[in-house]
Design a protein around this ligand. Structure first.
Ligand code: GLU
Length: 511
């Protein structure tokens, strides 16, 4: 085992869009593989035909590629262990199930769903405990352990539907060592005789997962904590199949929790919590319901990856911002915590701002124009590029930029009424008139020169700067928002500045 080349897999089931917890699982597998020069595999686990969702596989591939998580082998890139989609491998699994039956580790069960339901009801009525098909109850069910061999052969030959169940041994302790959780032990009597092979001719997740991990030479199984209860069953399967020495090492990742710590963040949370739970937008193929995605909400993939990396792993230092290469360099499973990680939406926005500020103004300009096209085709690119740095600290996303700088390009069409009621005094129009005259006399309309001259003029007239600058801001922008006023005037130019002051005096004093 030690000398085997490191191979990990991300093995989603295409039952819907990938949830952010799933992306994190893929990410940790990826970081681990890249750090140690291992192989990263994408296997699609679609043995549950009833839960198959059209478009989910495509979505998974697109989402991971947006994140920059790449694969060496997989359903979309091929590889030496192809096929990588379990429904395309369905002929492989039956012989493993049969071998288990032959060796006495599994059995055929002929109980119909109705019979099991009947048993469940009566058992729950009499014992008040949930019924499970296990070491105790299997003795009174219709299976190859209770029926005579001749009857079993007859039933099988007659085409009677059957499933194959694992025969969990009685009174043993099953132990596994998990890289994150440490030593885990369960009593076999608590486990149920899980179905390994279904009557529809397909294996269940448990059998297919173990067989494929074995056949694909997987050395480490890194997956969500929800699979921890299945790990003892998987360990037994390795033992029963005689491949225990090839059993991968397990690492079960902590749950992603809702921001208030109240329960697991689930797909069903959709957009209800005020942030997306999916990497990309998803349109439900059946209901048409739309769920938002990080990509469409304006997150950079670098920010998204950074956020996910820290949800469950910590570097042991104060560093918070990591490029993918830094993550690869510093990641270790030993530093993944056991306890659940709370999603923090404010922090997520903060990360996006960090990556936003790393973009050049030219690139931000392109990104913004692309979002605004085609209506705003008239915007002066050069002007936009110089203005973006003035407001960059005020936004977390590219789509928020225009809301912070539109007034550099358009006159305000309305004025903030509350602010006017509070701050527009009877003498304000006269003060602005005076200011317009001062500005009219200035030839160097740079921010520096405007600042010097206007400040000196206010001082000379003993005017309180607030009584001049706030009305000026209302006149130029329409409200109290925006960056430095001298910068605004500089970019508007003298003519436009004076027109806006004039416009405000006329409409506000008249209105
Ligand atoms: N197909 C399982 C899932 O959808 C994979 C679990 C595992 O990685 O073993 O999560």
């Amino acid at each position: 085992m030690e000398n085997k080349p490191l191979r990990v897999r991300f093995a989603p089931s295409p039952t819907g869009p990938l949830h952010i917890g799933g992306v994190r699982t893929a990410l940790y597998n990826y970081l681990f593989a890249r750090k140690y020069g291992g192989t990263m595999i994408l296997r699609i686990e679609d043995t549950d035909q009833a839960r198959y969702v059209e478009g989910a596989e495509r979505y998974i591939i697109e989402a991971l590629s947006w994140c920059g998580i790449t694969f060496d082998e997989g359903v979309h890139v091929g590889g030496p262990y192809a096929p990588y989609r379990q429904s395309d491998r369905k002929d492989i699994y039956f012989e493993y199930a049969e071998k288990l039956v032959h060796d006495g580790f599994a059995y055929y069960a002929f109980d119909t769903p109705e019979e099991i339901e009947e048993r469940r009801k009566s058992a729950e009525r009499s014992t008040r405990k949930p019924f499970q098909y296990d070491v105790f109850t299997r003795k009174s069910m219709r299976n190859s352990l209770t029926l005579p061999a001749s009857e079993v052969s007859k039933l099988l030959a007659s085409g009677m539907p059957f499933v194959i169940r694992i025969k969990i041994p009685q009174d043993i302790i099953i132990e596994i060592n998990d890289i994150i959780r440490g030593h885990v032990a369960v009593e076999s009597n608590l486990l149920d005789d899980k179905v390994l092979f279904k009557s529809d001719g397909m294996p269940t997740y448990h059998l297919a997962n173990v067989v494929d991990d074995f056949l694909m030479g997987i050395t480490h199984v890194i997956r969500g904590e929800e699979w921890l209860p299945s790990a003892p069953l998987h360990a037994l399967l390795y033992r029963f199949l005689g491949i225990e020495k090839d059993m991968p090492q397990f690492a079960h990742l902590p749950l992603l929790l809702r921001p208030d710590g109240n329960g697991k963040l689930s797909k069903r949370d959709g957009d209800r919590l005020g942030f997306p739970v999916f990497p990309l937008r998803w349109v439900d193929p059946k209901t048409g319901e739309i769920s938002s995605g990080y990509r469409e909400s304006g997150y950079y993939p670098e920010a998204f990856v950074n956020i996910l990396a820290l949800l469950g792993w910590n570097p042991g230092t104060a560093q918070e911002c990591f490029s993918m290469n830094e993550l690869i360099d510093q990641f270790s499973l030993e530093r993944v915590s056991k306890s659940g990680a709370k999603f923090d939406v404010e922090k997520a926005r903060w990360f996006n701002q960090h990556y936003l500020r790393m973009q050049s103004a030219e690139s931000l300009c392109d990104q913004l124009l692309e979002l605004m096209n085609p209506e705003n085709g008239f915007i002066d690119r050069n002007k936009l590029t110089t203005i973006i740095p003035l407001v960059i600290d005020r936004v977390n996303f590219v789509h928020e930029l225009w809301g912070q700088l539109w007034f550099f390009f358009e006159k305000p069409t309305s004025y903030d009424v509350d602010l006017i009621n509070k701050r527009w005094k009877p003498e304000t129009s006269r003060v602005l008139q005076w200011l317009a005259e001062v500005l009219g006399g200035i030839t160097d309309f740079s921010a520096g020169s405007l600042s010097c001259i206007v400040k000196a003029a206010m001082e000379k007239e003993s005017l309180n700067p607030g009584s001049v600058m706030l009305p000026l801001r209302i006149a130029l922008v329409g409200s109290a928002m925006g960056p430095d006023l001298f910068q605004i005037m500089h970019y508007l130019g003298k003519k436009e500045t004076l027109e806006r002051i004039d416009g405000a005096i006329n409409s506000i004093s008249v209105g």
